[in-house]
Design a binder for this molecule. Structure first.
Ligand code: NFS
Ligand code: SF4
Length: 621
């Protein structure tokens, strides 16, 4: 096995990895070792299993599959399906929020409600729904119908394209890249990649981009906006992060997955006085809810709930021995968590019919019965406290402080009601540009080494950093999400953030919340009357692993945002596809991917790009 020192930059992770080895518990790192080396064909993207004339592997020696498909076609098809998987994940999550809105509108639930009437009305206005003098529920019903229809086949474009600068939409229209309907683009991608359909790699790649755009400006954006309407628009607040948020004297309940529909209800139930009394009866001082991954980000942004860790901390959190229950919805939940939970008293509880785990306690979580079910779940956690083995508890550190809650609404409010001060700070060169660092951990990379390094390098250059998803916890643990972090920033960024009392790295939410960053870019472009690709901005996912991260990267590029990946997707087996990704897209959509494993170099690449964009806008470098 690789030495623990090489697996993570964090002391809490390393302490738990040692404990895992001592207790004979397998982790993701052990399994990676056993899977290495990986299949070379799969790494290059040159395997195809799309029919039973195959499976086929193509190479120089054997350049065509049984049907005659070459490496370009096979790589493009595989990448297209990969992106469709990611877009489906985000968008199906978005759909679940529409279904909760439906339950509210139909009077089927009183556990969820419309918390932000103003935001609901604002969104309605943006998608062309009349709001003047109409009761909120009528407006909500129309919004619900409109968003359901965004998933279908009858629209020419998804509704939130109303936010996109016209020049950008014209560009998409010329390329046949306008996302029409979320489910439609995903289904069409599956169709195109069936044997004997789209056998022109660039054409498949264009549709991959359209599918990704349907995610970013469709499914994800709907998910974010309706989550705000139902659970509240995030506002800046302080919280804490790392495994130290798990408390030895409390019932610890971790929420993991993505959708706030479950985790918000668990949090509410955990405040039930009866359950609290029972916890005390069993010797606990309280019930502590903490987050993992993106549903953790959702609760952190809106409720200030502490963050136990990101992707590679999920197994390790249980290994503290102090977790009574881990409650999951869907996505990024390693099935190994069931086995790790089984090594302790930890109850593993799944809540979605579309994401069941063998060996889990299952709840079919529904809006109608949400609170009742959430109480039952919390009760299971409370009762498990009695089975905790105090001798196996090790909480390796004290939590660090973080600042969270930067929605666009909150940022605009902090700036005095408009984005103008931000535009001025960019024009003056105090903030030279902005980069969103997003995405995951990947056990092939020393945990968070790249996520943190890139953020540090960028803020030194007066480039504002926005973080979402699993990069949040990385930045937080590194001390970058507090106002004092301006000491690590360049002079301009230090001045602006210092005056506002905000960190130079802003927590912008979960991965679906990358839609907030898209919206911000569109608003800035509209304010300057330019295209998004003219802005001094970028995006990066240094340690990505998932299909969803690929979809995000592609919608960023297709939206005109220069995007960095720390390692390539499995496309290198096709020169055509690779060249398109890292250069050819520039002519088409005004941005490309770039792949770079060295974060000093990556930061320099962003610096160069930002200089060029600033110059073209007539600004100082
Ligand atoms: Ni994003 Fe969130 Fe994390 Fe990666 Fe997974 S939790 S949706 S995919 S691993 S950032
Ligand atoms: Fe092989 Fe073509 Fe079938 Fe793919 S679609 S498995 S390349 S025969």
């Amino acid at each position: 096995p690789r030495p623990i020192e090489e697996l993570s930059i964090w002391d809490d992770a390393k302490a738990m990895l040692k404990k895992a080895r001592a207790e004979g518990i397998q982790t993701v790192h052990d399994r990676l070792d056993r899977q290495t080396p990986h299949c070379k064909f799969c790494e290059l993207g040159t395997t195809c299993r799309n029919c039973t004339m195959g499976p086929c592997r193509v190479s120089e020696k054997n350049p065509l599959g049984v049907c005659g498909a070459d490496a370009d076609v096979i790589v493009a098809r595989n990448f297209g399906r990969f992106v469709a998987g990611g877009a489906a994940g985000h968008s199906d999550h978005g759909r679940d929020l529409i279904e909760v809105l439906e339950a509210i509108v139909e009077g089927e639930t009183s556990d969820y409600k419309i918390t932000e009437e103003n935001k609901l009305r604002a969104i309605a206005g943006e998608v062309g729904i009349k709001t003047d003098g109409r009761p909120t529920m009528d407006v909500a019903r129309d919004v619900m119908e409109c968003f359901f229809a965004d998933f279908g086949s009858r629209k020419k474009e998804v509704s939130f394209l109303s936010r996109v600068p016209k020049v950008r939409k014209d560009k998409w229209a010329g390329l046949k890249m306008i996302p029409r309907g979320v489910d439609r683009e995903i289904a069409e991608m599956m169709h195109r990649t069936h044997m004997g359909c789209d056998n022109d790699a660039p054409n498949t790649m264009i549709h991959a981009a359209r599918t990704a755009l349907a995610d970013g400006w469709g499914g994800s954006m709907i998910g974010t906006e309706l989550s705000d309407v139902i659970f509240g628009v995030p506002t800046p607040k302080m919280s804490t992060a790392n495994l130290g948020v798990i408390k030895a004297d409390k019932v610890n309940l971790l929420v993991h997955g993505h959708n706030p529909v479950v985790s918000e209800m668990i949090l509410a139930a955990a405040r039930d006085p009866e359950l609290l009394a029972r916890a005390k009866e069993l010797g606990a001082t309280g019930i502590n809810v903490a987050g993992l991954c993106c549903t953790g980000n959702e609760l952190l942004m809106r409720q200030g709930i502490p963050m136990a860790g990101n992707h590679l901390m999920t197994e390790l959190a249980i290994i503290t021995g102090a977790v009574e229950a881990i409650v999951v919805d869907y996505q990024c939940i390693m099935p190994s968590l069931v086995q790790v939970s089984g090594c302790y008293h930890t109850k593993f509880i799944d809540t979605a019919n579309k994401a069941r785990f063998s060996g889990a306690i299952h709840f079919d979580f529904q809006p109608k019965t949400a609170m009742k079910q959430a109480r039952e779940i919390v009760s299971i956690a409370v009762e498990a406290f009695a089975q905790r083995d105090a001798g196996r508890v090790d909480i390796p550190c004290e939590p660090v402080e973080i600042m969270t809650g930067f929605s666009n609404e909150a940022v605009t409010a902090a700036l005095g009601g408009s984005l103008d001060p931000l535009v001025q700070a960019i024009a003056a060169g105090d903030i030279r540009g902005a980069v969103g660092i997003v995405g995951c951990n990947n056990p092939k990379i020393k945990q968070d080494s790249l996520n943190v390094k890139l953020a540090e390098e960028l803020i030194k250059k007066d480039i504002l950093v926005l973080v979402t998803g699993c990069v949040t916890t990385a930045a937080g643990k590194a001390g970058l999400l507090v106002p004092d972090a301006i000491e690590k920033a360049g002079p301009g960024l230090k001045k602006v953030c210092g005056a506002l009392g905000i960190p130079p790295v802003l927590h912008y939410g979960s991965c679906v919340d990358n839609a907030r960053i898209l919206q911000l870019c569109a608003a800035l472009a509209n304010a300057l009357n330019v295209d998004i690709s003219d802005l001094p901005v970028g995006a990066s996912s240094p340690e990505w692993y998932s299909e969803k991260a690929a979809a995000i990267g592609l919608y960023a590029v297709a939206s005109g945002i220069y995007t960095h990946l720390g390692h390539p997707p499995n496309i290198l087996g096709s020169e055509t596809v690779t060249n398109l990704a890292v250069s050819g897209l520039e002519d088409l959509v005004g941005a490309t991917f770039f792949i770079e494993g060295d974060m000093v170099k990556a930061a320099d690449m962003f610096d160069e790009r930002i200089k060029t964009k600033r110059k073209a806008l007539g600004l100082s470098e």
